[in-house]
Write a protein that binds this ligand. Structure first.
Ligand code: PRP
Ligand code: MN
Ligand code: MG
Length: 181
């Protein structure tokens, strides 16, 4: 039993379902990118567990890099501006990019990153996310690879945090309201 389990109201996506979604996405990506050596970019920190499982389920040549970004806050949500905390080590010039996310919420992070990478000369940029929260979207972005769309619950686990806690739960859980209110 996990030490934090009492904070969880319900399991929204079980470990088994995560595994199944990940395998399906990996199969599609493998088919679409074989022979093209894509650059997988994991967005720290939430994407880490998903990225690790996803890439191991892709039996093709890839390379790997990370970025860490932070939203500027409410006033800038209209511009979608995000601040880069850690940039890539790799040049994206003429590379085929797959941005890997745990969840897409407003879409701001990915809207900004996709445009940034294209402006740096990437050949193509696609997005893969384990979870999608369509109800919260404020940006019109195309997400080609989606594991599962979920309702607007406060979810944690498998990379997703609340105040930097719960990232290591092995499933996606709904947080009890009394924990965050
Ligand atoms: C979360 C999540 C996505 C982003 C989605 O990251 O992991 O990266 O927010 O939100 P958006 O679609 O509204 O941009 P967060 O900024 O909490 O950082 P973390 O991954 O380090 O937890
Ligand atoms: Mn994140
Ligand atoms: Mg977070």
């Amino acid at each position: 039993k996990h030490e934090l389990e009492d904070d969880i109201l319900d399991v929204l996506v079980s470990k088994e379902e995560i595994q199944q979604c990940t395998q399906e996405l990996a199969d599609r990506l493998t088919e679409d990118y074989k022979g093209r050596r894509p650059l997988l970019i994991g967005i720290l920190k939430g994407a880490c567990p998903f990225l690790c499982d996803l890439m191991q389920a892709m039996p093709i040549d890839i390379s790997l890099d990370f970025m860490s970004v932070s939203s500027y806050g409410a006033s800038s949500s209209s511009t979608g501006e995000v601040r880069i905390l850690k940039d890539l080590d790799t040049s994206v010039q003429d590379r085929e990019i797959i941005i890997v996310e745990d969840i897409i919420d407003s879409g701001n992070t990915l809207f900004y990153l996709k445009n940034l990478l294209l402006s740096r000369g990437a050949k193509s940029v696609e997005l893969v996310t384990l979870l999608n929260k369509p109800d919260r979207r404020t940006r019109d972005i195309e997400v080609k690879y989606i594991g599962k769309s979920i309702p607007d619950h406060f979810v944690v686990g498998y990379g997703l945090d609340f105040n930097e806690t719960y990232r290591n739960l092995p499933y996606i859980g709904i947080l009890k309201p009394e924990v965050y209110s």
